[in-house]
Design a protein around this ligand. Structure first.
Ligand SMILES: Cc1ncc(C[n+]2csc(CCOP(=O)(O)OP(=O)(O)O)c2C)c(N)n1
Length: 642
């Protein structure tokens, strides 16, 4: 590494000659390949943005000038150039670098991210703050072509053009989301590319107008005076001119000197926002000659020579995601009124299979969760049965659409929330810890979580057939390998499952916490402590009959959920007891995630940190029973025991 080992901050980069920058980019690319081949990460996304990062840190006086990265998954080169090179191998691991950007990780991370389409709003906010305070620095947002189509980004463009604030947007156009980009905006960007360069086109238009007999010169002058209006009309120019943006492009996004020139030109625009349109290739330089984009947007460890993932000999049961996709195919085969939808996560949700098999009834709407939900509501109004497969964390975006458009009107929409609970390496922006709380407080919707993949199949059918809104949450990762050969069948709504009874303590576990609860109960049994174990199945409606009966007969109820405690499953149980005037009849201990930001890392480790594993549940029950025993004993006796 001729240059990279000496670059410890962007100031070091800026000391280099422009002619050396391409070599710097090559070194950064190799560094990413070497590191990600060992530890995995957002390899392909980051490889595509190497030159963009080099050019931005060269042109802009960072951190004084503000760079705002959208999502942040593609920012490994930015991390390398901003003093984090030697820590890159810790990325996404517990205690290591975040896989995204965090303000508390580096002063160069001006805005935390993880969810898409936020950069333009944040950057515009910074630009307005700069102007309000009378300061003078540049603000540059980098956004991908798919994130640009997200609702927030569109809203920001609308305001930016109106405010005419000085703002630079670097568009990283690789025609890819995680899957190939979808939607009309992607077609629009393609048409711009098809029209060669903007400047070139303007010249062509000028020549063409001049050749019009009698009116040539006049038309040419008119075109100039309305500021490129004709070019804008020929280029699909709504974004570029009508919305008040200047356009520079397109630029080869892997040619650093060209990018530097384009960004320098953008810096000169002082009367409003400007877009620099860079064309890039996702996974540029990835050592796999076969373009398998799905495989290298993000990768696990891989062979740096072949790009192929290291194969593990371990045979694992299918994931919940896979089973969800297969079950949807099965059900859609049987019922033509079921329609399915993903918001830019076809492979992540298992919808890829469904899209392939039912192209007429399955939709990828792009990064547009809000639209996705209301789109489903519209279809439900007309008697279809839409299933929206959206990660728990991304459905947060569409909170009001779920409430206002679906629940209030009691429409038959099913929400399949993959990645519920602690997701692990992607960290705080991606944990699905809030869905119980954000969905529970509104009428009409029913909420459920399966204990295993067979039960998930039954719940999918139950949710679809339920005539109102229904949501199922299930975790990231593998199922238990249980038998799923039976066709899905409906389960009774609001009925829990008693897995074991007896004893003085009951564990009521929700969803993926049922497994560890059963294991904890088995370990307690070995110590001579019998417990009742309940698979809650539903948080709404709760099995109130069963829970109230347990409250009358047990000394201790322990609720367990892999979600925030505030407003969660345990809270629902407490509310039920309070509403029935028996809150003081039984000791309730709620296990779940406390009011803290949960970091990134191995999910097993994180779950253990919050006692959400078999050992944690076992210890909590022992400890709680001991406390109750002490309370039962007269004070003197307690002292003697101690
Ligand atoms: C609100 C939201 N929905 C979905 C995602 C998942 N996601 C992460 S990156 C990505 C693709 C982004 O595509 P693009 O903006 O074109 O950037 P690229 O990865 O191609 O560089 C998606 C869908 C997300 N991070 N946030």
């Amino acid at each position: 590494m001729r240059f990279l080992s000496e670059i410890n901050s962007p100031a070091d980069l800026r000391r280099l000659r422009i002619d050396d920058l391409q070599e710097v980019a090559d070194e950064v690319r190799q560094f990413i390949i070497d590191t990600c081949s060992r530890v995995g990460g957002h390899t392909g996304a980051s490889l595509g943005a190497v030159e963009l990062a080099v050019a931005m840190h060269y042109v802009f006086d960072t951190p004084r000038d503000r760079l705002v990265w959208d999502v942040g998954h593609q920012a490994y080169a930015h991390k390398i150039l901003t003093g984090r090179r030697d820590e890159l191998h810790t990325i996404k691991q517990y205690g290591g670098l975040s896989g995204f950007l965090r303000r508390d990780e580096s002063e160069y991370d001006t805005f935390g991210a993880g969810h898409a389409s936020t950069s333009l709003s944040a950057a515009l906010g910074m630009a307005v703050a700069r102007d309000t305070k009378g300061e003078d620095y540049h603000v540059c947002a980098l956004i991908g072509d798919s994130s640009l189509a997200g609702g927030m980004a569109m809203e920001a463009i609308n305001q930016a053009g109106h405010l005419k604030s000085r703002l630079i947007v670097l568009l990283n156009d690789n025609e890819m989301s995680i899957a190939p980009a979808v939607g009309a905006l992607s077609g629009y960007l393609n048409r711009i590319k098809g029209a060669q360069s903007y400047q070139h086109l303007k010249e062509e238009i000028g020549d063409a107008l001049e050749s019009v007999p009698h009116f040539g010169e006049r038309l040419r002058r008119a075109a100039k005076s309305v500021k490129d209006a004709i070019a804008a009309a020929v280029l699909p120019g709504a974004l570029v001119n009508e919305l008040g943006f200047k356009y520079i492009g397109y630029v080869d996004g892997h040619n650093v000197p060209n990018l530097v020139r384009a960004l320098e030109a953008a810096k000169q625009v002082d009367d409003g926002p400007v877009i620099v349109h860079a064309l890039t290739t996702k996974g540029k330089g990835f050592p796999n000659p076969e373009k398998n984009y799905y495989a290298y947007h993000a990768t696990g460890p891989f062979d740096p020579q072949t790009g192929l993932p290291y194969k593990s000999n371990k045979v694992s049961p299918p994931t919940y995601t896979q089973i969800f996709g297969e079950t949807m195919c099965e059900l859609m085969e049987r019922d033509a009124s079921i329609v399915a939808l993903t918001a830019a996560m076809p492979d992540g949700t298992g919808m890829d299979k469904v899209l392939e098999k039912f192209p007429e009834r399955a939709f990828d709407v792009g990064i547009a969760e809000q639209h996705a939900v209301t789109f489903c509501a519209g279809m439900a109004c007309e008697g279809l049965k839409p299933v929206a497969a959206i990660y728990s964390t991304f459905l947060q975006r569409a909170f009001d659409q779920v409430i206002h458009d679906v629940c209030l009107q009691n429409l038959n929409v099913t929400f399949a929330m993959d990645r519920a609970g602690i997701v692990g390496a992607d960290g705080p922006t991606h944990h699905g810890l809030l869905d119980i709380a954000y969905l529970r407080g509104y009428p009409n919707i029913i909420l459920m979580a399966p204990k295993d993949e067979a039960e998930m199949r039954n719940m999918i059918l139950t949710a679809i057939e339920y005539p109102g809104p229904a949501a199922i949450r299930y975790p990231r990762g593998n199922g238990f390998g249980v038998d799923i050969s039976e066709p899905p069948k409906q389960i009774e709504i609001g009925k829990a499952e008693i897995l074991q009874d007896g004893g003085e303590a009951a564990i009521i576990a929700y969803g993926s916490m049922v497994g560890p609860a059963v294991e904890a109960a088995a370990n307690l049994e070995k110590d001579g402590i019998r417990t009742t174990v309940i698979n809650a199945r539903f948080v709404k409606p709760l099995d109130s009959e069963l829970i109230l009966a347990l409250a009358q007969s047990m000394r201790l109820i322990v609720t367990v959920e892999d979600a925030y405690l505030a407003g969660g499953f345990g809270s629902a149980v407490l509310e039920l007891l309070e509403a029935n005037g028996i809150a003081d009849k039984v000791k309730v201990v709620r296990m779940g995630v406390p009011d803290r930001i949960v970091t990134h890392g191995d999910p097993k480790l994180l779950l253990a940190k919050y006692s959400l594993d078999a050992d944690g549940i076992y210890s909590k029950i022992k400890e709680s029973l001991e406390v109750l025993d002490e309370k039962r004993m007269p004070a003197k006796q307690v002292k003697a025991v101690r």
